[in-house]
Design a protein around this ligand. Structure first.
Ligand code: WQD
Length: 333
């Protein structure tokens, strides 16, 4: 059985679909801080099998010990955590407590239970603002916000655990910009509260829930002046987690890889692709740059291909078509 912390969330839920299709049983631990209980039924609708679910927090050591005692958990995929850059600057303590204390508490329970296969949800945010593109894993690690710093701290903890005890099999997966939704339209990005990232905002404008999209700057040194990002379909990301799990269980050791497509698209290219996918106008206002934004960010995906035998397959239009289907389906509720 695979313990999936934060498995009711965006990337966690899509990963549970891929795990179920690969024949794994999953136990989801989620405190529902940024997810919804109905995802459990939708996962069953998609995959035909029901994940076990425990409503709880990774900082609850006693609960974790009970779970490891009760279930034959062979590996852990750890998504649970806070992940908004701007918010992390406002409430750093909560970010370090959820992300670092949560990970340490989880790793402590794993150690006590002698379960040492760990897949960690990390982020390209650990590179900070100055990485050369395409970004390779060897680039300088200079996060400039509590969110990115919390993720780097955990990566460093994991590296030290493996150095001290080579029985720890670990994969740190650095995501670029996850977007899209499962083709069924039953699950997708559905954060609590107001999203700050581009794709859900584009979708809400297309769905008429928001009047306009603000484009944060069109004076960057890029083809059309807007920021460039490595947008990666969430199902490609989910498949990357399965590849990492397989690597942990078969080859072992420790790996850190970028999960990106290697292709950068501008904000305006994403908006135009969404206009085509949704046949909606998506009115925009060009406004000032957002503080802290980087100009260009896309992955060098070579290492994941060599080490995990994984690469992204889905293109920009599929990201938009799948997001739009999910937005429509969700709106019908
Ligand atoms: C993308 C582009 C904006 C909103 C963040 C985190 C990163 C990861 C993904 C967790 C930029 C522009 C956005 C809007 C806009 N999260 N934009 N108008 O900042 O690249 O990355 O999310 O792992 O760690 O830092 O994503 O979607 O916020 O921005 O013009 O209303 O869209 O300026 O160029 P970002 P984003």
């Amino acid at each position: 059985m695979i313990l999936v912390t934060g498995g009711m969330g965006y990337i966690g839920s899509h990963t549970c679909v891929v795990l179920a299709e690969a024949g794994y049983q999953t136990l989801i631990l989620d405190n529902l801080a940024n997810s919804h209980l109905e995802v459990l039924d939708r996962l069953e609708q998609i995959s035909g099998v029901r994940s076990q679910f425990v409503n709880g927090d990774v900082r609850d050591a006693q609960l974790l010990d009970e779970l490891f005692l009760k279930h034959n958990i062979t590996a852990v995929i750890h998504f649970a955590g806070l992940k908004a850059v701007g918010e992390s600057l406002e409430i750093p303590f909560e970010y370090y407590d959820n992300n670092v204390t949560g990970s340490l508490t989880l790793l402590g329970a794993m150690k006590r239970a002698q379960v040492k296969n760990f897949i960690f949800s990390s982020t390209a945010n650990v590179y900070g603002n100055f990485a050369e593109v395409p970004v390779a894993e060897e680039a300088a690690l200079e996060p400039n916000n509590p969110y990115g710093r919390s993720k780097l701290m955990i990566e460093q903890i994991l590296a030290d655990l493996h150095l001290a005890d080579s029985e720890w099999n670990i994969a740190c997966l650095r995501y670029f910009n996850p977007v899209g939704a499962h083709e069924s339209g039953l699950i997708g990005e559905n954060p609590q509260g107001t999203p700050s990232n581009l794709m859900p905002i584009i979708a809400s404008v297309a769905a008429g829930r928001r009047e306009k999209l603000q484009v944060f700057g069109d004076d960057y040194p890029t083809p059309d002046g807007t920021g460039m990002r490595d947008f990666i379909h969430v199902m490609d990301l989910a498949e990357g987690h399965l590849a990492a799990l397989t690597h942990c269980l078969t080859q072992g050791g420790t790996v850190t890889v970028n999960l990106g497509t290697g292709q950068g698209y501008t904000v305006m290219q994403m908006i135009n692709a969404f206009r085509e996918a949704s046949e909606k106008s998506i009115p925009c206002d060009i406004v000032a740059r957002r503080t802290g934004d980087i100009v260009k960010s896309w992955a060098n995906p070579a290492k994941a291909k060599v080490v995990l035998g994984w690469q992204a397959k889905r293109g920009l239009m599929q990201m938009c078509v799948d997001t739009w289907r999910w937005t429509h389906h969700n709106q019908q509720r």
